[in-house]
Design a protein around this ligand. Sequence first.
Ligand code: HPA
Length: 246
Amino acid sequence: MKLAVIGGTGALEMFRKLRSTAMTTPFGAPSDRPRQVDVGGSEVWFLARHGDPHRIPPHKINYRANIHALKVLGVDSVLAINAVGGLVPGLSAGTMVAPDQLIDYTWGRAHTFSDGGSAPLRHIDFTHPFDGPLRERLLVAAGRAGHEVVDGGCHAVTQGPRLETAAEVSRLAADGCDLVGMTAMPEAALAREAGLDYASLCVVANAGAGLEDGPITEDDIHRVLQAAMRNVKDVIVALAGSDPGN
Ligand code: HPA
């Protein structure tokens, strides 16, 4: 397994940097220089999805450049770290989830490599948007690291950068979604088009809008995510160490 982690800049600081490489792609520049980091003795590529410093909003991320850059670097497996809101009881702040389904509510994003240019037109199978074996390894690794990761859930991907209205949250829950975030699409579909195995580790930062009293503050989200990063790090270390070929 040649693993890459796509995550927030907070996740990057957890690991020792070995090298970074400035890259450009036919789709433009990735969000940041991909950096190779030392994850418990394994070399893992890391890409800061929102740039470094954290500045690129979800709808402006160059998902195609990011996935293309990782492909060129020889990556075959991508672990996405996603901050999400919880839509169902039981997914309290700080809970980690490995979703097994998603619904795409985003619009206007460059969402495919099959864009009528020189690339062949492909209709990829996306029945199961997250790679089964990689999800399984993620769950096993989490168990080995002593952390609970909820197995499965449907991830709603919204446009952002604003959070949802209470009515939108009700609709997402009625649609069968358990989590809501802003960045899993088109990232997951592009990874599938590029032939990369892709799984997501979601961190619940807050209850969905309207599910609890009061507004959702950015400070609260930030605080929860900061605290959860230690657990995320443990899981990444266990996953990277789970393959002798990594
Ligand atoms: N909605 C969408 N994305 C999010 C949320 C949310 O409530 N919390 C963290 N990322």
